[in-house]
Design a protein around this ligand. Structure first.
Ligand SMILES: [Zn+2]
Ligand SMILES: [Zn+2]
Length: 284
């Protein structure tokens, strides 16, 4: 019976006032799911902000995979596999004609790291929880900067379903409309790396002893993002650095040439939008 009193006084007092710490995240989610007044978007935004006040426990439902998450990951993997199959069949497996699809796949792997950096930079710096399509990911990214270890507790499909959905919706039309093995060589590898980049990112936060041996080997070889590559991104709560999370191969060149800082300045001059990385980290 204490809950209605808590929600009535929500805007005037700390939302966690008198709520046991272990119950705070779930109570706040209940409040978010059942708003009492649709004409108060700022209160909804405030509630979303309050989810970032304390970290979820490792068994929090928000870290678990749902059936929908699993279905999107299955759809994404099936779509990527269909694209990959078209690159193999069209190229003629084992023949010299495979060379071009293979080179296109290598280009897809290289550019996927760059694409992951662009996307990561965008959601780290712009928009908020109410942003259409990616609001949930923006909120998760902000939480990740407050409590980086949480990504290692997030279940696989929970962590990857949003990118799997994006890859399904983008790649499926190509699978249906195009039979070019070179196109599919590029697309299938690019989409695979983007679909799994959040898992690569999670592995970069995991202690080496808990990683599958092959993953540790790939990290050491520089084929997957390593903890050493990613640590710069979390030196401060918000940084300008090392956004790429497939292999991290682009991080040095982007950081040294301040490419994202230049992009932020262009966006600010053109549209007057300030990135979060210009904020005082303590205010986040
Ligand atoms: Zn980040
Ligand atoms: Zn991270």
């Amino acid at each position: 019976m204490a809950l209605p009193l808590q929600t009535m006084s929500y805007t005037l007092r700390s939302p966690t006032h008198n709520i046991p710490r272990s119950h705070r995240p779930s109570l706040l989610r209940v409040r978010s799911k059942f708003p009492t007044n649709k004409s108060q978007p700022n209160r909804e935004k405030l509630v979303a902000e309050q989810r970032l006040v304390s970290p979820p426990s490792s068994n929090d439902p928000t870290l678990q995979s749902t059936r929908t998450h699993c279905l999107w990951v299955a759809a994404g993997c099936t779509t990527v596999f269909a694209s990959f199959t078209k690159s193999i069949i069209g190229g003629g497996f084992g023949s010299h004609l495979m060379l071009e699809p293979a080179l296109a796949g290598y280009a897809g792997y290289i550019l996927a790291d760059l694409g992951s950096g662009l996307y990561h930079w965008a959601i780290d710096n712009y928009g908020d929880e109410s942003t259409p399509l990616v609001g949930t990911q923006i909120e998760a990214a902000r939480g990740h900067h407050k409590w980086p270890w949480i990504i290692t507790k997030r279940q696989f499909a929970n962590n990857s379903h949003a990118l799997a959905r994006g890859m399904t919706l983008m790649v499926l039309p190509l699978v249906l409309a195009c039979n070019d093995p070179v196109v599919h060589g590029f697309v299938s590898v690019f989409a695979f790396c983007i679909l799994f980049c959040q898992q690569f990112h999670a592995w970069a936060h995991e202690s080496k002893s808990k990683l599958p041996p092959l993953v540790g080997t790939f990290q050491d070889m520089g084929l997957l993002l390593s903890r050493r590559q990613h640590v710069n991104h979390h030196k401060h709560q918000l940084t300008y650095m090392s956004y790429c999370i497939v292999s991290g191969m682009w991080n040095n060149v982007l950081d040294e040439n301040k490419i994202f800082e230049a992009l932020e300045k262009v966006l600010y001059v053109q549209f007057g939008v300030r990135p979060r990385s210009w904020s005082d980290p303590d205010s986040e």
